[in-house]
Every structure is written in C-alpha cells, then in structure tokens.
Design a protein around this ligand. Structure first.
Ligand SMILES: O=C(O)C(=O)C[C@H](O)C(=O)CO
Ligand SMILES: [Zn+2]
Length: 276
C-alpha cells in the first residue's frame, strides 16, 4: 500500500511539480492482475483499483491498517469503471457492469474480485473510509441513480452528476460517492470551485482519450497549483483544497468524500474573484 501523509496549506505553497504529484496524484490505479491501494492520512481514506485477470484477487488488510481484514473497521465502495466484474463478499457474489457500485459495510471479512469469463477484464475502482458501525452491503445499479444536470455548454461545463452514496440509495457512515460525466464539448468540472473544510475529497478521472490530458486545480483558493492528469488517475484533495479541472477532451470522474458532516451541499463556495 502506498502511504501518503497529510499536508498543510503552508507546505503545499512551496511544492514543486514532483512534490505536488507525489503528495496528491495517484498514477497507477489499474495494474493488470493486481489490487493497487493508496492510504492517505487525510481522513484516513484508501483509494485504488482492482483489475483481476483469470485468477480472483483478494482484498488484503495490509500492514498500514494492522487489522485482520480490510473491512474490519472500515467501509468500502467498489465501482465498475469497465468490463464485467464479480465482487464476492463473505461468499455472496455480486456481478457489476460499468456504472454499478457495491457498498460493503464494516465487518466483511473475505472480499474478492474476479472478471466475468468471456467479458473484457473488469476495472473496479475502490474507495474506503473508517466506519463506526456495520451497515448492510448494498448493490446500486447505475440505471437506478437519478441524473442531475449541471452547468451550461456556453460555460463549457455542462455535466451530469449521479450521487450513488449520499444516504439515499445506500446508508454509509462517512463515504459519499458519485459519478460526474461531462457533456460532449464541455471540459470544465467543479468551476466555480469550492472547498469543504469538513471533508477530504478524491477524484478519479477516466474515459479520457490516451493522448488527452486534464489540468486538475488544487490548493487554497488564493494559492492554486495544478497537476497534469491522464486517463485513469486519481487526485487527493485535502479539506482546505479546491478540486476542479479542465481537459483537452471529454471525460468522466468519480468523486468520493469522507470526514465530518454528511451533507453533499455543505460546500464552502469560492467566488471567482477570490481565485488566484
Ligand atoms: O461536477 C461537479 O461539480 C462535481 O462532481 C462536484 C463534486 O461532486 C464535489 O466536489 C462534491 O463536493
Ligand atoms: Zn467537493
């Protein structure tokens, strides 16, 4: 497990490109035949990916957690980004197609990932946070999540947001998660920008063409920095950081949050005039 320490706004002001990337960018989310995880000390979230080949992959606890099982004291969301996957939780299999999400409650002991035979290998994005109680493992089909349209083509930020985990379809302790898809021709997400001092948020960008790049903005509103992101990479945003981006082509992203409070819309909005 790749471990990332928390960072402060004062430190981030002095980071060069390599330091910004080392602290905030997660480059290799999907590695064939592996589960790759990053543990962040920001709200103790874990993010990563599983890309099972013919052999099922087991989700291990890792020394960073010092528990017997990964979900012994945490909850997990597994979102199918591509292919068809089977996630088995304590003997119960759930089949996921692109756009489906499985929430796994605290206490699940044995979690494995497999690709469905004959289908394209599954790419399953993983997001996790500490949990104070056990809530039911729940499968959410993408088609059952209501879309909300945001932005306008004139502002190049027309996009559709789907909230998968916000207390409606799934009860969770801390995790809030969703999928935002940019409309053709629109490139900006989350602008005007916001922070939420109460929570860490991570973005996982996908559906970019191989040569396309996304400029992800982070940092305090008055001291922004950027990282250049390619397809299927993730960015960790500490609670004091904006999280916004524009790409050279169309894309999608998964966002998840964990920390204090459980209200999607308790953002601290940033006026355009305050961005630097
Ligand atoms: O497109 C957007 O705007 C988003 O998806 C915003 C995220 O959901 C977010 O930052 C929630 O705090
Ligand atoms: Zn946010």
């Amino acid at each position: 497990m790749d471990v990332r320490y928390s960072t402060s706004p004062a430190e981030a002001r002095g980071y060069d490109t390599a330091q910004l990337r080392r602290h905030y960018l997660v480059e290799d989310v999907f590695v064939p035949g592996a589960v790759r995880l990053t543990y962040s000390h920001e709200d103790r979230v874990v993010l990563g990916g599983a890309m099972p080949g013919p052999v099922p992959l087991r989700l291990q606890a890792d020394d960073a957690l010092r528990t017997d099982h990964f979900c012994e004291r945490r909850e997990l969301a597994a979102f199918c980004v591509g292919g068809r996957g089977a996630v088995t939780v304590d003997g119960t299999p759930y089949t996921l197609s692109r756009g489906d999400l499985l929430y796994v409650g605290r206490g699940a002991a044995e979690i494995t990932f497999a690709s469905v035979e004959g289908a394209e290998p599954a790419r399953i994005y993983l997001a996790s946070a500490p949990a104070h109680r056990a809530l039911p493992t729940t499968l959410v089909r993408g088609q059952d999540v209501a879309p909300v349209d945001l932005g306008t083509p004139e502002s190049a930020n027309a996009r559709t947001l789907r909230r998968y985990i916000d207390g409606t379809h799934v009860r969770s302790c801390q995790l809030m998660m969703g999928w935002t898809q940019l409309a053709p021709g629109s490139v900006w997400n989350t602008m005007p920008a916001h922070t939420h001092a109460r929570r860490t948020e991570c973005y996982f960008y996908f559906d970019l063409e191989p040569d396309a790049r996304l400029v992800h903005l982070l940092g305090e509103p008055g001291e922004t920095r950027h990282v250049i992101v390619r397809n299927e990479q993730a960015v960790i945003s500490p609670s004091w950081s904006i999280h916004s981006g524009a790409a050279t082509g169309s894309y999608s992203f998964l966002w998840f949050m964990a920390g204090e409070n459980y209200r999607f819309d308790d953002m601290d909005h940033v006026a355009m005039a305050d961005l630097r």
